[in-house]
Design a protein around this ligand. Structure first.
Ligand code: SF4
Length: 346
């Protein structure tokens, strides 16, 4: 495989075909790039497009994000999922202010030492913002490389990832512009060399692609064995009074850490009964009306929800009423939003 020729062809293709995304500006602000890269991890571009600009409008600088209360950061992140990333981005902004004089470092090793910044994000900032000859590898890049080399292996395996970084390093060394090559690899994986419905007819690397030649594009990479998801049972009680809804905050660790929710009782093996709920909330269970049921699926869990309505459940030190108008400023998970929708809220 002629690496120099391959990288030139890919860079030329990208210059002509790149999608117009708001964070793809010629001169990138390092902090804005940090935000977009954190948002894009495991999240679709279309979803990030909705959330990126309001986040930047509210936190235009690394200092403004560092100083913001976590609750507000989580509220602006709502809808992107994987809230740990929002917490890490917040901690990262605080570390940049505290240890780097509010300047995003340009060195991969320094970037990797920041909270929440792994090898991928460090490489992305170093190459795309500071134009350093650093590789980046994500799922899209790995898939493209595996198909180019006709390697039939699961893409999340340690050995595969190590090989992909090695190969991406070799390519970025001979690239004309490392930032363009890196973005081009990811763009090719997102638009042509996709997991399904591969568009090899539009691919600039057809003449190099060993999987295309072998007729194996569809079967590369091999599927990864799926992790078993744990099942959970939740009863959520939507209690309203005077245009307000009763909310509690989740613990600071575990699923949906620190986020707000309508009072929710969780069990591993069964739905809490109305009698159990009545005991926990100190109400007569006959006050509860079932509003509906749904299943919420996350990477590691299948969560079965039953949603009840109630009126005027007493607030406590850990549960307080919040006005419906102010719910936009509260960090509420997608699952809880679904539950509130069943009660006609949100
Ligand atoms: S020719 Fe097809 S399989 Fe090969 S890199 Fe291009 S899009 Fe992917």
């Amino acid at each position: 495989m002629n690496d120099a020729k391959l990288t030139r062809q890919l860079e030329t293709w990208f210059r002509a075909n790149a999608r117009d995304l708001p964070w793809r500006l010629e001169a990138r602000d390092p902090y804005h790039a940090l935000v977009s890269e954190c948002m894009l991890q495991q999240t679709q571009v279309s979803r990030v497009l909705e959330k990126y600009q309001p986040f930047i409008d509210r936190f235009p600088t690394v200092q403004s994000l560092a100083q913001a209360p976590e609750e507000e950061v989580l509220a602006l992140w709502a809808g992107l999922g994987y809230y740990r990333r929002a917490r890490m981005l917040h901690a990262c902004a605080q570390a940049i202010v505290e240890h780097h004089n509010s300047v995003v470092p340009d060195d991969v090793k320094q970037l990797e030492s920041l909270p929440g910044i792994g090898r991928y994000t460090a490489g992305a900032i170093a190459s795309m913002v500071f134009h350093q000859r650093e590789p980046i590898v994500d799922g899209n890049v790995t898939r493209v490389l595996l198909r180019l080399h006709n390697k039939s292996v699961p893409q999340a395996e340690k050995e595969t990832i190590k090989w992909a970084w090695q190969r991406a390093t070799e390519l970025v060394i001979v690239a004309d512009k490392p930032n363009v090559l890196n973005e081009a690899m990811m763009e090719l994986g997102a638009t042509c060399c996709t997991p399904k419905n591969i568009r090899c007819d539009q691919c600039p690397l057809r003449s190099h692609c060993q999987a295309l030649e072998a007729g194996t594009t569809e079967s590369i990479p091999l599927p990864k064995p799926r992790a078993k998801q744990k099942r959970m049972y939740c009863s959520t009680i939507i209690s309203t009074q005077d245009e307000s809804v009763l909310l509690e905050q989740r613990p600071s660790s575990g699923m949906w850490a620190n986020m707000f929710q309508a009072p929710t009782i969780e069990r591993d093996d069964h739905h809490p009964t109305p009698a159990e709920i009545g005991e926990v909330l100190s109400i007569d269970h006959q006050q509860l009306t079932e509003l509906g049921r749904f299943t919420h699926i996350t990477t590691h869990r299948i969560v079965e929800f039953v949603v009840y309505g109630a009126i005027g459940v007493q607030s406590t030190p850990s549960r307080a009423y919040r006005t419906l108008e102010a719910l936009d400023q509260v960090a509420i998970s997608n699952a809880q939003r679904k539950a509130m929708a069943l009660a006609g809220i949100l």
